[in-house]
Design a protein around this ligand. Sequence first.
Ligand code: ADP
Ligand code: GLC
Length: 479
Amino acid sequence: MKIVHAASEMFPYLKTGGLADVTGALCKSLSRFGHDISFFIPGYRKILESPVFSKAKLKVVLQVELGDEFLRGEVYAVPIGKRQTLYIIRCDEFFDRSNPYGSANRDYSDNDRRFIWFCKAIVEAMHVLELKADIFHCHDWQTGLAPLFLRTVEQEHGISLALKTFFSIHNLAFQGLFPSGSFRFTNLPDEFNELDGIEFYEQISMIKGGIFFADKILTVSPNYAKEILTSDFGSGMEGALTVREEDLVGIKNGIDYDVWNPETDAFLPTNYSSKNLAGKKVCRKKLLDTVGLSDTEKPVYGIVCRLTEQKGLDFILKQMSFFVENDCRLVVLGMGDPFYERALKRWAKSHPKIIGVCMVLDEGLSHLVEAGSDFYLMPSIFEPCGLNQMYSQRYGTPPLASDVGGLHDTVVDIRENEETGTGLLFQPELKEFDKALNYSLELFSSNDTMEKIRRNGMLKDFSWTNVVKEYENLYSESL
Ligand code: ADP
Ligand code: GLC
């Protein structure tokens, strides 16, 4: 199949979170299965400065209408492997910035114009380059309006750009909501600024464009696909999603085994496998040294995430005394909400040998945390899929995770199933998190149980090989 993907992030070119890991691995796997993949991404500064851009060739120059002006865009193409082409849409006024979405913890004030323009530019580029896709598949709010623009351009010119359009929701909490006045940048007829269009409580919603106008809506785990139909998890979109329920499908993410493999991982001081876990101890020592923590007989807990409410940071902060009183260690790698950053820094300062906090974006250290910790913490309030709990299982580090979203679909509680258990699941409540932490101390005191639970996790199949078949089936059934 000829498949065009579009998103704001793709590993290894630009990553702020799991979206990048997933688009990168999904496209690579689809291309390995013989499909012809094109991928559209904005020309962010990080990409313009990367080696991939030095190999890219200018393909077309676009003039993209945005309200009452036209803005120039340049489309560069670079082949990746045998069957992938990366299309970088350059518009320096919008994307040549140090961060993709905002700075100093505030969104850029022109994100409406930036991403409405990006959606239009993708469709315009597909038109001019005559890409004619079987499947057009875009991800998250930044590309939410593309399925709608695609159909309007097809109608206007009497052409076909894609047979079927797919829209993936990676996180419904980010919706691309802008004041109603931003609608004019779409140049769409007013009828689209209504309840069955992209209007959302007197604002416009870019994610609603994907929800209403794509042929199929995907999300990143079966459990989250059910949850988002309820008011507890639907972020106000449950009504719109219920209208599209028949076309809503949840496919659990995979993880990239080329990147996340303890047997070959070059970020680790030594490698290890489920047959020989000796190297894991070396990684633990290296992690403690790197973060400046002292050794202990008790468990080391690790967490790598955006420091936001979603990731359960309130639970972590309320449980800090658990780590201190039980002589455990806690390593946090993450950046985000200044409130959480300040609170964590205070704890690290008052307990420098017990609590280590690294507020940087560090791919290598994230691998070391997965490998060197004894348990991985993921007390998320909601979690569309989550990748770290899968990375940690693969690295023999049992996760303690909330029983929500994709965490429910990817972790087996050892208390529920002694034979296949890979971690602990709990309801996202403080007392349940507390119980799980205390239970993990018990688990840790038994070497046999720890060995078993580690191996169970390491032997689980989280590879994209199976996941990609589900995408393939869905794509081909839709044609
Ligand atoms: P989300 O996409 O909601 O942030 P995921 O668990 O799906 O959560 O994916 C997060 C990804 O971002 C993981 O690959 C994780 O390791 C990575 N990550 C988050 N914060 C950092 C950081 N400070 N340094 C390195 N990697 C990070
Ligand atoms: C989002 C979600 C996360 C998911 C990732 C990749 O950022 O918060 O749960 O794993 O997208 O799909």
